[in-house]
Design a protein around this ligand. Structure first.
Ligand code: GDP
Length: 312
């Protein structure tokens, strides 16, 4: 079994390729839940849903999140009443949140509910939330000279990354345990993959859970990552604001520095071939490849490259 550490959009594009390159039932995906948010009484797990919808082939590929052909009647109705709709939930998507929330209230764990949701979509890979406990990416921003902590979604979606970032916190991480099966999957994996996800708010919260970084660092198998930074910038999202906040350069070399001691190889984009030496200075082998996943064929070719370097 191969274990992939994953966020949402970047990870999902890659995972579409990985399940072409491997029997899908041989893939276990550990998904970030530190972006989760409670809205209107509903428990929303954006990365879990992005991975699920994308692997099920029902995601809005253009937008990168949500369901294709989604309708927005509920949000329009909420607008009428002046309810906050900065985090827009589509009508069909709301069904997922209703199910998750109801099951959690009935006492199921997030791991159990996630298994039920992925089974309902007929997915073969095992999808594990990183934790059943609540961990929250909190971005401390400079707002008029004062440090103001905000939920990651508020920083990203509501305020559109407008505020300078002072600090990134993982609230709850000290008392959160990795989800059942997470450390065990890492310990028994034939190979570990770090998806092209945001290193600060998608991958680090997983690694920061008790025992997870140790399980990756102490592995007896190979671990290969794909850089989410291409040509000195994220393909999309706020990584360019968050990497500097944790002292890392916005480049594939900065990504490598953040993963030093954890990765054997990092796949970097052809546009970054000139930075291969800087990557290798961190002790990580640089593998140069097309990483711009404009379609599933590129993602599948990239997955084959990753598998090659896992030396299975
Ligand atoms: P999020 O939680 O939905 O933001 O998703 P992730 O953390 O999984 O992915 C965000 C990262 O994916 C961003 O830093 C992007 O730069 C990266 N990304 C998105 N598409 C691609 C792509 O086609 N190639 C590469 N190399 N990175 C990508």
């Amino acid at each position: 079994m191969i274990v992939a550490l994953a966020g949402g959009v970047g990870a999902s594009k890659f995972l579409r390729g990985l399940v072409q390159a491997l029997p899908p039932e041989d893939v276990t995906i550990v998904v970030n839940t530190a972006d989760d948010i409670e809205l209107h009484g509903l428990w929303v797990s954006p990365d879990l849903d992005t991975v699920t919808y994308t692997l099920a082939g029902v995601s809005d590929r253009e937008q990168g999140w949500g369901l294709a052909g989604e309708t927005w009647s509920c949000a329009e109705s909420m607008d009428r009443y002046g309810m906050p709709t900065w985090f827009r939930l589509g009508d069909h998507d709301i069904g997922t949140h209703l199910f998750r929330t109801e099951r959690l209230r009935a006492g199921a764990t997030l791991t159990e509910v996630t298994a039920e949701i992925t089974a309902a979509w007929g997915l073969a890979p095992r999808i594990l939330p990183m934790s059943d406990d609540r961990v929250t990416n909190t971005i401390v921003c400079d707002v008029d000279g004062a440090g103001v902590p905000m939920h990651f979604q508020e920083y990203l979606v509501r305020r559109r990354m407008a505020d300078p970032v002072l600090e990134v916190r993982y609230d709850g991480i000290g008392s959160a345990a990795p989800g059942p099966g997470v450390v065990d999957a890492l310990a028994t994996a034939r190979g570990i993959v770090v998806c092209p996800s945001n290193p600060v708010v998608s991958i680090e919260p997983i690694l920061a859970l008790a025992g997870v970084r140790e399980a990756v660092a102490g592995r007896k198998v190979r671990c290969v990552g794909v850089s989410p930074i291409v040509d000195g910038a994220p393909v999309r999202g706020p990584a360019d604001r968050l990497l500097p906040a944790v002292g890392l350069e916005v480049s594939c070399a900065g990504v490598a520095q953040g993963y030093a001691g954890l990765l054997d190889s990092l796949v970097i984009d052809v546009a970054d071939a000139g930075r291969a030496r800087d990557v290798e200075a961190t002790g990580i082998e640089a593998v140069v490849e097309d990483t711009m996943m404009v379609d599933d064929d590129v993602a599948t070719a990239l997955a084959h490259t990753v598998l090659e370097h896992l030396e299975l």
